[in-house]
Design a protein around this ligand. Structure first.
Ligand code: MN
Length: 426
């Protein structure tokens, strides 16, 4: 096992019980100071560790990062492009510096003050320049639920679904970081029973509980990335909320798939949890029957045990937990997704985001969208303040969280949150 994931490791920085950021996690993100300056950082307990400051002081001069100044950037792209040897070297260095018995920062008051900052004093911002965003549809339970609602139980899964990870090319420009409000979109819809479409604000606004992964070293145009090589191109993972306007989607989606129903906003959590941190929580995925064609075959512990929760809070009210699931229920794994994406020779670039699709499990509580939780609005959710919801209302906040449960600690993703604002005038 990688020594940075040893469950026995402790830090001289206080890590409160239940924190998502023990020394075994060490995620990467970008924070903004009150003066607006952005800097690359890691997280430990309730603090952020300024990696740009450590780099300026030569902390990484014995790693493959020496002389590259990748942490002086306002995004992680340069660092992500370097590949796993560099990621591991930085992780090992940061882990050592934060270990309980290491005095290098702990006992250097001046360095400690400039590099270790209370998380409450910074704002997390978009960590990556995202060139392209792709959204998969890899939960069999989600695809079956949606297919049953729209086409009936006999035709729930399309004939291709068990043979390839279905996806569409999404919109990167509107991917935003947790905390960014989302305006209710307007568009065309065809109301039930109407003969002509109408234009107006979406009345069937939804979230989708997803996770996504970021591309590190790029692929080359014309050269597929195989399932077995895919992991070398994957830097880490985040939580994703793929906000969806179901009424717009229903009218526009055939034959080319979602367009305006999804392009008004996609929210990600600010911390990228690396594959090194997730490795101890790897596990088998669902059995795949029929066996995939050879170019999509994947073996062993091909996914991760990541517990997921969604909370809904009406404006001014307490949160109600409305969904509890696990990333490990997804049918197609991330290496299969990347292999499929590139099998034509499509090149992926550093910073591209590939999302899982809505994550729904077999239990009703694990459904990852309002569409499924309320079965198209037929079974409204009861919230803790006595209100009911079929779909999202203005002022509603949706907060997703996820974590891997270790023995006495959690390797977590923090939060992916957003609030719905009223539609803008068109
Ligand atoms: Mn989606």
């Amino acid at each position: 096992m990688d020594e940075t994931t040893d469950p026995e490791l402790t830090s001289w920085v206080d890590v409160p019980p239940g924190s998502h950021f023990p020394i075994q996690n060490l995620p990467f993100g970008v924070a903004a100071r009150s003066d607006g300056k952005h800097f690359i950082t890691s997280a430990i307990g309730n603090h952020v560790l300024d990696l740009s400051e450590l780099e300026r002081r030569g902390v990484f001069s014995t790693t493959p990062l020496a002389g590259k100044n990748v942490f002086q950037s306002a995004s992680l792209n340069q660092f992500m492009a370097l590949g796993r040897d560099s990621w591991k070297a930085v992780r090992a260095t940061v882990s050592h510096l934060l270990q309980a018995d290491n005095p290098a920062i702990r006992d250097n008051g001046e360095l400690r003050k400039s590099a270790l900052i209370p998380a409450s004093e910074v704002q997390m911002v978009m960590p990556v320049e995202i060139g392209d965003y792709t959204d998969f549809y890899s939960s069999k339970e989600h695809a079956t639920n949606v297919g049953t609602m729209f086409r009936g139980a006999d035709n729930a899964l399309m004939p291709n679904w068990l043979h390839l990870p279905v996806a569409y090319h999404g919109r990167a420009s509107s991917v935003v970081v947790s905390g960014t409000p989302i305006h209710r979109p307007s568009g065309q819809t065809l109301p039930e029973g109407a003969e002509a479409p109408q234009f107006g604000e979406s009345r069937v606004l939804d979230f989708e509980l997803e996770m996504g992964f970021f591309i590190g070293p790029p692929g080359e145009l014309g050269e597929p990335i195989s399932v077995s090589d895919a992991a070398d191109h994957i830097f880490g993972m985040v939580l994703v909320n793929d906000w969806s306007a179901r009424d717009i989607q229903k009218w526009e989606y055939q034959p080319l798939g979602p367009f305006l129903a999804k392009n008004f906003g996609t929210t990600i959590s600010p911390w990228i949890v690396t594959m090194e941190a997730l490795e101890p929580f790897s596990c088998a995925g669902p059995e795949q029957t029929p066996e995939p064609l050879p170019h999509l075959r994947s073996e062993g512990k091909r996914t991760f045990d990541i517990e997921l929760e969604v909370q809904l809070s009406p404006e001014g009210s307490d949160a109600t937990t409305i969904s509890r699931g696990n990333f490990n229920t997804l049918y197609w794994d991330i290496c299969q997704q990347l292999a499929h994406h590139t099998v034509t020779g499509c090149n992926v670039r550093t910073g591209d985001l590939l999302a899982s699709g809505t994550i729904s499990g077999s239990a009703p509580v694990s459904r990852g969208s309002m569409l499924e939780l309320t079965w198209m609005g037929k079974e409204p959710l009861k919230l803790s303040d006595g209100e009911e919801r079929k779909f999202l209302q203005d002022g509603d906040s949706v907060t997703m969280t996820g974590w891997c449960e270790g023995d006495g600690y959690r390797v977590g993703f923090g939060e992916c949150a957003g609030t719905i604002l009223p539609a803008n005038e068109v």
